[in-house]
Structure formats: structure tokens, C-alpha cells
Design a protein around this ligand. Structure first.
Ligand code: GUN
Length: 291
């Protein structure tokens, strides 16, 4: 069993990006600039945004966090997005999700210009990705594919089973894994899937992205499979200073001995998701003709 080290891989990619950015800056160009809009004070969102700012620092990017209280109106948020859409100093921006219930997340997502949508959540980017056109890829699926490539995990003709059909992981990952060049045979499972265990046992690459701690047990995994764990549920843990620990969707202790490759939680997919955001921001900057 080989552990897929997302933390080390992400550090390597950030160093590659930083070297490229240092070259641009040495030529007198400005740095790439990512803006994150953070609404309210959700603990998970605060941590994710802080990690995105740290990643920007590591890549030599400028970053700005724009905070709004949780009683911000949808109209105010849409106005702010309209301003960022037309701000030439901003290469790309994200609105950290989830948003308070009175705000329509889909309306907010679609208000971001596709050219600045470095999360790759806008339907134009989702659609372009699904037919293999240049676009901003969805961050988590792109991070997973990058890990499979860097660890030389065979994908061509292999059975890839994805548990979870979310718009930000399951669906876009299915589209990526079946694309020419990756060439996996993809099955997407969800809460209504019959015979889930049998389907999973047929997977050469099993991706758990349903958000249920330790859902994938050893009897669901074929010997020699590659297992990718996208779960990051916070479970109470009194032994931690924070009072919680991150728990994946895979029963790691019992599943890992059966695997060829497996991602840990934390330190697997999570850091790669942030690196994909950095790669998309660099792409937006380059598309922006580098002033
Ligand atoms: N919330 C959880 N993951 C993400 C992400 O990748 N982007 C944004 N904007 N919000 C999230």
C-alpha cells in the first residue's frame, strides 16, 4: 500500500507556481490576484479561506478577503460580485460556500463572470469541462486527477466508481475521469443506488465523496484498488485543542491494507483542492494578458 501524499504534492506544485510567478515579477509584471468573499463566521469556511490565503502567499499571489456579515442581502452580494467582475486588478474570485439560507447560491454562482470563476462552478465552466474545452476546472476533481497522474495510477480502461453525485465533486469528476486521455469507465453511485457494495467491489479506483464518516468499509473494496477519500466531516474530539478532528468517508485503518494507493484525511485531497484554485488563478492571470 502506498499513501498518496496530497500535502507534499501540493507543496511541490505551489513551489512550481511560485517560481513561474517570480519570473513574471522579475520582468516587472504584477502578481496574480485572488479575491475571496467570506459571508458570516462559519468555522469551516473561516479555515478554508485562511488556507487559501496561505496558499496564495506560498505561490507569490496577492490575495484579498472581503468579509460580509451573515445578514448581508442577496442584492448587496450581487452588487459586490458585479464590481469584482469588472475590476481589472482582480484575476479571479470566489464566494466561499455555504451561504446563509436567505441567499440563492445558484444565483450568486451564475453572477460571477465565467472568465473570473476560478472555482469552476459557473454552468459555462461546468459545461465546457464536460465536453473537454478549455475552462476553469472544478477544484476538487482537478486535484484528484492531478494526484492520480503524479502517482502514475493507471486509469485507461479501469473501472472508476464515484460515491456521491454533488455538483462540485461527483458530477464534474465523472466528466473528467471519462475524458479522452484519462479513459476510465465511470459509474456514479448515490443514495438511491441498488447493490452499492457489489458495484464498489468492482472498482479499480473508488472515490468516496458522500460526506458520511467511515462509510466505505473493507468489504466494499477490491484487493489492489486505489481509494480516494474526499470526506472532511468534523467530528467532536475532546483530545484536540480545536475540539474536533477531520474524518474521511473511508474506514482508513481497515481499508488501507487492501489498497494499492490510498489518500489520507487530512493531507490527501484537501490540499490538492486548494492547489487547483491556485492553478486556475494563474490561468486567469495568464488569460488576462499579464499587465
Ligand atoms: N465550500 C466548500 N468547498 C468549496 C470550494 O471549493 N469553493 C467554495 N467557494 N466554497 C466551498
Amino acid at each position: 500500500m502506498e499513501l498518496i501524499d496530497g500535502k507534499a504534492t501540493s507543496a511541490k506544485i505551489k513551489a512550481e507556481i511560485a517560481a513561474q510567478v517570480a519570473g513574471f515579477v522579475a520582468e516587472g509584471k504584477r502578481s496574480p490576484h485572488l479575491v475571496a468573499i467570506l459571508v458570516g463566521h462559519d468555522g469551516g469556511s473561516e479555515t478554508y479561506v485562511a488556507n487559501k490565503v496561505k496558499a496564495c502567499d506560498a505561490c507569490g499571489f496577492k490575495s484579498t478577503v472581503i468579509r460580509r456579515e451573515s445578514d448581508v442581502t442577496e442584492e448587496e452580494l450581487l452588487k459586490l460580485i458585479g464590481e469584482l467582475n469588472h475590476d481589472g486588478d482582480v484575476d479571479g474570485f470566489i464566494v466561499q460556500l455555504p451561504l446563509p439560507r436567505h441567499i440563492d447560491e445558484q444565483r450568486v454562482t451564475e453572477a460571477i463572470l465565467p472568465e473570473k470563476d476560478v472555482d469552476g462552478f459557473h454552468p459555462v465552466n461546468v459545461g465546457r469541462q464536460s465536453i473537454g474545452l478549455p475552462c476553469f476546472n472544478s477544484a476538487t476533481p482537478a486535484g484528484i486527477v492531478e494526484l492520480l497522474k503524479r502517482y502514475n495510477v493507471p486509469t485507461r480502461g479501469k473501472n472508476c466508481v464515484i460515491i456521491g453525485r454533488s455538483n462540485i465533486v461527483g458530477k464534474p469528476l465523472a466528466a473528467l475521469m471519462m475524458q479522452k486521455g484519462i479513459d476510465a469507465t465511470v459509474t456514479v453511485c448515490h443514495s438511491a443506488t441498488d447493490n452499492l457494495k457489489e458495484i464498489c467491489r468492482n472498482a479499480d479506483i473508488l472515490v468516496a465523496a458522500l460526506g458520511r464518516p467511515e462509510f466505505v468499509t473493507a468489504d466494499m473494496v477490491k484487493d489492489g484498488a486505489t481509494v480516494i477519500d474526499v470526506g472532511t466531516t468534523r467530528v467532536p474530539d475532546a483530545t484536540r485543542k480545536s475540539g474536533f478532528r477531520l474524518c474521511g468517508d473511508v474506514d482508513f485503518d481497515n481499508v488501507s491494507p487492501k489498497c494499492s494507493f490510498i489518500t489520507p484525511v487530512p493531507g490527501g485531497v484537501g490540499p490538492m483542492t486548494i492547489v487547483s484554485l491556485m492553478q486556475n488563478t494563474l490561468k486567469a492571470y495568464l488569460n488576462n494578458n499579464i499587465r
